[in-house]
Write a protein that binds this ligand. Structure first.
Ligand code: ZN
Length: 301
């Protein structure tokens, strides 16, 4: 059994935040935190927020460094989350886009092709926007739809050279393990194996868990282990097992703790409990719609 090691994060440098964000926005976040002005109604700031956001982004960078160095996998247990933060604005509790910054950092370190898997219940509008015209980053997101932040419909597939490198799987409220697992097995796995990433990153928000107060999905703790297991299998086949995850949402703290623990156990080599998963007809139809749109770019069964 592999060993779990605690790694201290470092603060991101402002040039690293600039991999994704504009200098004007970074300065605005610094100033607003100093004056304790919210970035948007959801994204309140206190005096410490700016430095804590640098530490969260630095944590995601540290997680990437860990897997480029000696670890097979890593999990940045950071807050604030990041995937709603766009290049020029923070929103939805997010100040800097930790996972997007980590992706660019991995590329600076020579990992050209990056897969970002975002299973947070909300669509990662910020991550989508950061790489929308970029074919070197494949962004895959499952999320409740319609729901905050409103983006993430299946026809948002990327633009220019990045066309086809953005895969949205919008799922109806009430989707359970079976729906998520089917989306991963039928859509993520074939496209990721064809893309062949050099490193795999996860926007690991566990707010699709049953009972989370900010959404209406029905994932179980074992369901998150299943998703982690699928992503780990992809990483093993394409990128020497390299996976770096960063925490996003998850607002039922007990459920969040158990889900993160289950994901870490999978990273350490445990197999999830095997069950039979049969998605509903409604989910089946939605997955077929996504495949139809994405089959212009990827081969599905
Ligand atoms: Zn979320």
């Amino acid at each position: 059994m592999a060993r779990l090691e605690l790694i201290e994060p470092v603060y991101a440098e402002s040039n690293e935040i600039e991999y994704i964000h504009t200098p004007e926005y970074i300065e605005k976040a610094r100033r607003y935190a100093q004056r304790e002005i919210p970035l948007d109604p959801d994204t309140v700031l206190c005096k410490d927020s700016f430095n804590v956001a640098l530490l969260a982004a630095g944590g995601a960078i540290t997680a990437v460094n860990a897997v480029l160095d000696k670890a097979d996998s890593s999990f940045a247990l950071v807050r604030p989350p990041g995937h709603h933060a766009e290049p020029d604005r923070g929103m939805g509790f997010c100040i800097f886009n930790n996972i997007a910054i980590a992706a660019r950092h991995a590329q600076k370190k020579g990992k050209k092709r990056v897969l970002i898997v975002d299973w947070d219940v909300h669509h990662g509008n910020g991550t989508q926007e950061a790489f929308y015209d970029d074919p070197s980053v494949l962004y895959f997101s499952t999320h409740q739809y319609p729901h905050y932040p409103g983006t993430g419909w299946l026809d948002e597939v990327g633009s220019g050279d990045g066309k086809g490198y953005n895969i949205n799987v919008p799922l109806p409220a009430g989707t359970d393990d079976a729906g998520f697992i089917a989306a991963f097995e039928e859509i993520l796995v074939p496209s990721a194996l064809e893309f062949r990433p050099d490193i795999v990153l996860i926007s690991a928000g566990q707010d699709a868990g049953a009972g989370d107060g900010l959404a209406g999905m029905k994932m179980s703790v074992n369901g998150f282990a299943e998703l982690a297991y699928i992503v780990r299998s992809i990483a093993k086949e394409t990128s020497d097992g390299r996976i770096a995850a960063a925490l996003e949402g998850g607002y039922d703290l007990k459920l969040l703790a158990h889900s993160v623990s289950a994901i870490l156990e999978v990273f350490l080599g445990k197999e999830p409990e095997k069950k039979e998963y049969i998605p509903s007809t409604r989910i089946r139809e939605r997955l077929d719609e996504v495949k139809k749109v994405q089959s212009e770019f990827w081969r599905f069964r």
